[in-house]
Design a protein around this ligand. Structure first.
Ligand SMILES: NC(=O)c1ccc[n+]([C@@H]2O[C@H](COP(=O)([O-])OP(=O)(O)OC[C@H]3O[C@@H](n4cnc5c(N)ncnc54)[C@H](O)[C@@H]3O)[C@@H](O)[C@H]2O)c1
Length: 348
């Protein structure tokens, strides 16, 4: 007998928070990074497509599908920089996994928190291959919803314990420093981005602006630095001056998507970039020397969300942190869908 075909496990925001706190934020970030690394190791197996974006004047709504031939996954995500001023999140998301062999969903999950975790795990994972060995100091520019997750991932995966924080809104920096207090960081609030990058081996930009922004100019980036550029992730929405790109070795998730959405939209469509999965597989070198500027042009790719959902799904049995959602119609006889409706009417 196949039990409860109508039921799909659902991870609410409440359960996601409990899951993260039960596991521990840093352990969650490290284990999630291992799932992403594992899936990047199977890169060629996956269905890959640039995400499907619906743009409006104020933001974007995107669908991010992929499949490894056994499991299908997708994420719904938005990006609306003006939301924050209206008391809403800039980025919200939810996602699903399904069994490829019968198409039945096997997990529905909140992904607003999970996206912040997976983005941070992905950033730190890329930096493991690209940042100067032994980096301890990171500039964190943009101190909004994603910021603390980024900081903790770099601490957990690389040992970064000095943060130089900057945001155009000083209250965001204060919020970030308050949240990270007591978690093992030596933190400095900086009045400008220029001040923030001083002495930093890693520069993370994670700001939100609907338009082209110039968070970093060429003179701010010294040799040997690793840049983790997270906030430029839409057509017309970038963070770095073009000259920085011309001096950097650029690493990306999936070139057909990054060329549309990433910092490299500012460059010629054939500008050389390296795919991170090839660095992880050892086929291509990441950082070659101490003077090289490396840039992870992060936009967020569907396989990372697939990994994150896969990780969450693997925790459900042991933690019980999910609800059973009556989500799939399951008449006794598959063709009698209308009959099920009639029987429900009789039952009142
Ligand atoms: N690459 C990815 O995978 C990925 C994933 C999630 C989010 N993002 C992007 O990351 C960015 C940040 O997301 P969030 O959820 O933290 O947004 P948020 O709105 O919560 O925070 C953004 C912060 O950036 C600050 N900011 C804006 N312009 C600035 C400037 N010129 N200099 C310094 N600070 C500035 C704002 O004051 C705000 O505090 C967004 O652009 C989002 O689209 C990317």
């Amino acid at each position: 007998m196949i039990p409860n075909l109508n039921i799909v496990p659902f991870v609410s925001v409440d359960h996601m928070m409990k899951l993260v706190l039960t596991i521990g934020v840093e352990r969650f970030l490290v284990e999630l990074a291992a799932y992403i690394e594992d899936d990047f190791g199977r890169w060629e197996l996956f269905d890959k497509t640039p995400r499907v974006a619906s743009h409006s004047a104020e933001g974007v709504i995107e669908l991010m599908p992929t499949s490894d031939g056994e499991v299908y996954g997708f994420k719904y995500v938005n990006g609306h920089p003006k939301n924050m001023r209206e008391g809403r999140q800039t980025v919200t998301a939810f996602g699903m996994l399904a069994d490829v062999h019968n198409g039945y969903p096997v997990l529905l999950s909140e992904m607003t928190i999970l996206t912040a975790l997976r983005t941070a795990s992905m950033s730190a994972l890329a930096a493991k291959y690209l940042a100067p060995r032994g980096s301890t100091c990171m500039a964190l520019i943009g101190n909004g919803a994603q910021a603390e997750f980024q900081a903790l991932a770099f601490k957990a995966l690389l040992g970064v314990d000095k943060l130089r924080l900057h945001d155009i809104d000083p209250s965001a920096t204060r919020k970030c420093m308050r949240n990270l207090a007591g978690l093992g960081f030596d933190m400095t609030a900086c009045a400008t981005a220029q001040e923030a990058v001083e002495g930093a081996e890693i520069i993370t930009t994670v700001t939100a602006d609907k338009q082209y922004a110039t968070i970093l100019t060429d003179n701010m980036v010294g040799s040997g630095v690793h840049i983790n550029a997270v906030g430029g992730d839409c057509p017309g929405k970038t963070e770095l001056h073009r000259d920085i790109l011309l001096r950097s070795d650029i690493f990306v998730e999936y070139p057909p998507q990054t060329r549309i959405e990433g910092e490299i939209q500012q460059l010629a469509p054939d500008h050389a970039v390296t795919e991170l999965w090839q660095v992880m597989s050892g086929a291509v070198r990441g950082r070659r020397d101490a003077g090289q500027i490396t840039l992870f042009d992060s936009v967020g790719f569907a396989i990372e969300d697939f990994s994150a959902l896969r990780y969450v799904r693997d925790q459900l049995q042991s933690t019980g942190l999910y609800q059973e959602l009556d989500m799939l119609a399951d008449p006794d006889e598959p063709r009698d869908l209308f009959g099920m409706l009639l029987r429900a009417a009789k039952q009142g």
